[in-house]
Structures are given as structure tokens and as C-alpha cells.
Design a protein around this ligand. Structure first.
Ligand SMILES: *Cc1c(COP(=O)(O)O)cnc(C)c1O
Length: 376
């Protein structure tokens, strides 16, 4: 079976060479804009490409405000701070995610509380969220949601759109609204993904994107906060620019801020990449269609886009029949120069997060060890 699987992968990719999991490509204006940025001498965090990239992202996602940052992790950190996540708080998220989600929570002095995922879309499960809140949370006199046993404030909920597949965003929003919990979307993997024509990252109070080298578009390294209100956008901008006051000539900083702005040379690459987004998404979707046709022949379940969504299929994901099969597939493909990857180790199993609250995580535990990411 494994030889046939590898043969099929090679036929699809049309190469006998190494096949990467994901490879950035620069088919457009990347070099031209980059040269222009260098020639202009505006290479750092002030420059026309930062403004252009933000404006273009705002058009593409229809987010009212877009603020570029040095990484996606930085974007998450300031978005969480902006919605009020502080020391001693709890932030609900999913156990199946990249560690940056939890690290950003930790940078705020808060701790993640893990709620199970939906087996279909691999994102936070609204039913599990509702069950957990019903059992363990209450709303206090100031309309803050709190954890019953510890009285800790539950100051945000961060669903993640896994591998670009939109999570069940409307039910999640409804529950968070009922419980007075701000929702921040970790849409780091989901630029170009939509639910009923609306971009992921624009449903919650804020959304976060990443442009790391392995994401659907890249700036080398970078991120973006998508915001809905001028107040949130101003707060994000303030925090990412070392809390520098812009209203006078005094070089004055009014709180501890961060140096999280995206440099102009990264934004130059980002703008050119964003011009290619539709092209990249179309190619990923065409590839997904091919996988969908033949994966079942090998007993693998292709993880498809949920109803009413248009996914970017950033990383093609399949569910194997067993952990054994998954491990064999990983070993065999990697031995023949085909890059495949297991899903991340679940967050509640990492040493720094293993003491955190969770709801049992039955689905995530059963599913994670059977997930495989295929060359995308
Ligand atoms: C990539 C990613 C991030 C942010 O990563 P950076 O490398 O800091 O840009 C955050 N969350 C998820 C789920 C990611 O995949």
C-alpha cells in the first residue's frame, strides 16, 4: 500500500525530486517592490509599503482596519491585550493548534483553558464550549465571565481555523456573546478562507493573520491584526509602536509597549504576495480536489471544507485509520523524500501547559494521533 501511495503522490506532483509540504513562491511583483523599498531607503517600520499592504489587506478581507505586525504571534499578543486579557485571567482555546496561540495568552499573564475540537472542521467545538461554560462559568455583577472554582476572569476565547478550514464561527460567536467573552480569531492559517463570502478573521472582535514563510502568503516573517472599530485599531497600533504618543513633538511613551511593527521591506514582499492570493488559493483548491479523489482508495479520509465555506486548503489534511497507519505513512513518505507531517502535539501535553484546565478533550485526543498533513 505504501509504495502505491507514494507513487500516487509522485504522479500528482509530477516529479521524482523532493516534494515539500509547502513551498513559498514569488511569481509576481515581489522583487520589484523589494528593490523599490531598498532604493527608497525606507526599509524599517515606517514606509509606504506598510501603509499599502495594510490598505490592500483591508480591501481583500473587508476588515475595516488592518495593522501589520512583525509576526503573527505578536499580532495575537496585542489583540489579546486590546480585548483586555490580563494577568491571572483564563483564555479559552483549542488543544489542537500551533503553540503560538498559547504562548500569546501566556505573554499576557493569562493561562489557556482547553476546550475540545469539532471532528469535522478541527476547530473549537461550539457544543463543547457551551457545555464547559454551563458547567464551570458564571457572569458576575460587572458582566464579566468568571470561572466558578477559581473566580478567574475568562477574558477571551480564541478559536483557530485549523489548516485554513473555517471553524463553526457563528455558533461560537453567539455563545461568546451570551457569556460576555470577546472572541479573537486565530486566522493565522486562514487568509483567503471564507464563510458565506466573508473573510475569516473578520467575524470576531478581532482576527489575526500570519505571514511566516510557511503560510499561504509570506512576508518572510510577519502578521496582521484585523480590527472592527477605530478604538481597537488605535490601541493595537499604539501597543505595537512602543506606545509612542503621536500628538506632540515630545518623544514620549505613555506605557510599556512593544516593538512589533512590520518593516517596510517585509511589507513590500507582502503586498506583492497579496496580489497573488487568489491565484494561490485557486492552486491549493485544485490540488485539494485531486487528493479528495484518490485518498479514500487508501483508506484515508480527506478533511473537506465545512458547508457554506470556501477554504484556502493551506495544508491538506487527512485522517488515517489508526496511529499505526499514520506513523507508517510518515516514515515511508519521508524516507522517499516526500515531506509529510503529523499534527502538532496537543497543547495540554506540552510541559508548560499540562497543568491547564481542560474538558477531557476526547475528540482531540482520539483524532490528533491519526492526522497527517500532505504535500500542499
Ligand atoms: C503560524 C501561526 C501563528 C503565528 O505564527 P508566526 O510565526 O508568529 O507568524 C499563530 N497561530 C497559528 C495557528 C499559526 O499557524
Amino acid at each position: 500500500m505504501y509504495d502505491a501511495f507514494i507513487a500516487q503522490l509522485r504522479e500528482q506532483a509530477g516529479t521524482k525530486e523532493r516534494i515539500a509540504l509547502h513551498q513559498p513562491v514569488f511569481p509576481g511583483n515581489e522583487k520589484q517592490y523589494l528593490n523599490d523599498a531598498i532604493d527608497s531607503t525606507f526599509v524599517s517600520s515606517v514606509g509606504p509599503y506598510v501603509d499599502k499592504f495594510e490598505a490592500a489587506m483591508s480591501v481583500v478581507t473587508r476588515a475595516p482596519y488592518a495593522i501589520a505586525t512583525s509576526t503573527g504571534t505578536a499580532a495575537l499578543h496585542v489583540a489579546l491585550k486590546t480585548v483586555g486579557v490580563g494577568s491571572g485571567d483564563l483564555v479559552i482555546t483549542q488543544p489542537l493548534t500551533f503553540v503560538a496561540t498559547c504562548n500569546a495568552i501566556h505573554y499576557c499573564g493569562a493561562e489557556p483553558a482547553f476546550v475540545d475540537i469539532d471532528p469535522q472542521n478541527l476547530g473549537l467545538d461550539p457544543h463543547a464550549l457551551e457545555r464547559w461554560l454551563d458547567e464551570y462559568a458564571y457572569i458576575d455583577d460587572q458582566e464579566n465571565c468568571r470561572h466558578k472554582a477559581t473566580n478567574k476572569k475568562i477574558s477571551a476565547c480564541v478559536p483557530m481555523h485549523s489548516f485554513g478550514l473555517p471553524a463553526a464561527i457563528l455558533p461560537l460567536l453567539k455563545i461568546c456573546e451570551q457569556w460576555r467573552i470577546p472572541l479573537v480569531e486565530d486566522a493565522a492559517e486562514a487568509l483567503g478562507s471564507e464563510f458565506r463570502g466573508q473573510a475569516m478573521g473578520t467575524f470576531g472582535r478581532m482576527g489575526v493573520l500570519s505571514f511566516n514563510g510557511n503560510k499561504i502568503i509570506t512576508t518572510g516573517g510577519g502578521g496582521m491584526v484585523l480590527a472592527q472599530t477605530p478604538e481597537d485599531a488605535a490601541r493595537v497600533k499604539h501597543l505595537t509602536t512602543t506606545a509612542k504618543r503621536l500628538d506632540d513633538f515630545a518623544m514620549f511613551h505613555d506605557e510599556v509597549g512593544f516593538n512589533y511593527r512590520m518593516p517596510n521591506i517585509n511589507a513590500a514582499v507582502g503586498l506583492a504576495q497579496l496580489e497573488q492570493l487568489n491565484n494561490f488559493v485557486a492552486r491549493k483548491r485544485a490540488l485539494a480536489k485531486q487528493y479528495q479523489q484518490w485518498l479514500p482508495e487508501f483508506g484515508l479520509q480527506f478533511v473537506d471544507e465545512p458547508a457554506d465555506t470556501h477554504a484556502n486548503f493551506w495544508l491538506i489534511t487527512a485522517v488515517c485509520q489508526s496511529k499505526q497507519q499514520r506513523d507508517m505513512l510518515l516514515t515511508q513518505t519521508q524516507a522517499s523524500g516526500i515531506e509529510t507531517r503529523p499534527a502538532w502535539a496537543l497543547m495540554h501535553r506540552l510541559p508548560m501547559y499540562q497543568h491547564c484546565l481542560h474538558d477531557g478533550l476526547t475528540v482531540a485526543t482520539q483524532l490528533a494521533e491519526r492526522l497527517i498533513n500532505l504535500p500542499s
